[in-house]
Design a protein around this ligand. Structure first.
Ligand code: SF4
Ligand code: FES
Length: 281
């Protein structure tokens, strides 16, 4: 383990470090998993060497965040989350990050991996360029509490504001509220959100203006605005018509690219804008 103040750009730069060059010659442009002898015996999972650069920050100890480097032997089936576990369980138990399901369902381990918002449990190490260090940082735009853990409260406050629950008028029905397949199709995509914040924390408008609702809140408003069983659409549209609402979106598509569920986030935001325009006519 080593600690350094170098930025990932410095170590990911064209010149690269001597260690990176040496590693590149060892593993090639895109590393192929193998064991120390160069091939994995039949039936065994091949292993390879990985350099993990983790952004560390302990508010009780550090004035500023710093980079920390770990050299690990990992396997072809390992993900970035497994590399973080290896550091935490075998080298430094103080490394702090969130994770729960480890299978892309709970949304708790969104982080910046090689500069892109991803779920650590969904990124296989063998799919990354292992000739360079893998950088892991907290998502942007939310206050860092410790290492890779950010304060999610501003994110969830925006989510709560759009009232992400069914608002139905009238007396409680005696049977289920019927909805056609076509009606359900209209908002099917936005039901898939796992509230990981990868979209909101990749949005430049959110970075510069923490008051902006952000893509995730709009996606979750969309899920109910276009639900034929819901009666609260006008309320939600009114909320999103705010100066910090949908009109702040600059259609950069960062959110759609970041979403680990493949939700067409920018399209959903455009549909909410369109609903506001049609309502005004
Ligand atoms: S829309 Fe996608 S990226 Fe955004 S919070 Fe939901 S699952 Fe995560
Ligand atoms: S740990 Fe649950 S989504 Fe990655």
């Amino acid at each position: 383990m080593s600690t350094t103040e170098q930025s990932p750009e410095e170590t990911n730069g064209e010149a690269g470090s001597a260690k990176s060059a040496e590693r590149a010659s060892e593993v090639g442009d895109k590393a192929q998993p193998r064991d120390a002898a160069g091939t994995a015996p039949a039936g065994e999972i091949p292993s390879f060497e990985v350099t993990l650069k983790v952004r560390r920050y302990d508010p009780e100890r550090d004035e500023d965040a710093r980079w920390e480097e770990h050299h690990l032997t990992m396997f072809g089936t390992d993900r970035v989350l497994d590399a973080l576990h290896k550091v935490k369980w075998e080298t430094d138990g103080s490394l702090t990050f969130r994770r729960s399901c480890a299978h892309g369902v709970c949304g708790s381990d969104a982080m910046r991996i090689n500069g892109r918002n991803r779920l650590a449990c969904k990124v296989l190490l063998k799919d990354l360029d292992l000739s360079k260090p893998i950088t892991v940082e907290p998502i942007k735009g939310l206050p860092v509490e410790k290492d890779l853990v950010v304060d999610m409260e501003p994110f969830f406050a925006a989510y709560r504001e759009v009232m992400p629950f069914l608002i139905a008028k009238g007396a409680e029905p005696t049977r289920e509220r019927i909805q056609s397949q076509a009606d359900r199709e209209v908002f099917d995509d936005t039901t898939k959100c796992i509230l990981c914040a990868a979209c909101t924390s990749s949005c430049p408008v959110f970075w510069n203006d923490g008051q902006y609702f952000g893509p995730a809140a709009i996606v979750n408003a969309h899920r109910f605005i276009f639900d034929s069983r819901d009666s609260g659409s006008d309320l939600r549209l009114e909320i999103l018509n705010d100066k910090e609402g949908v009109w702040r979106c600059r259609t950069t598509f960062n959110c759609s690219e970041a979403c680990p569920r493949g939700i067409q986030v920018t399209k959903a935001i455009a549909e909410v804008k369109q609903a506001l325009i049609s309502r005004a006519l």
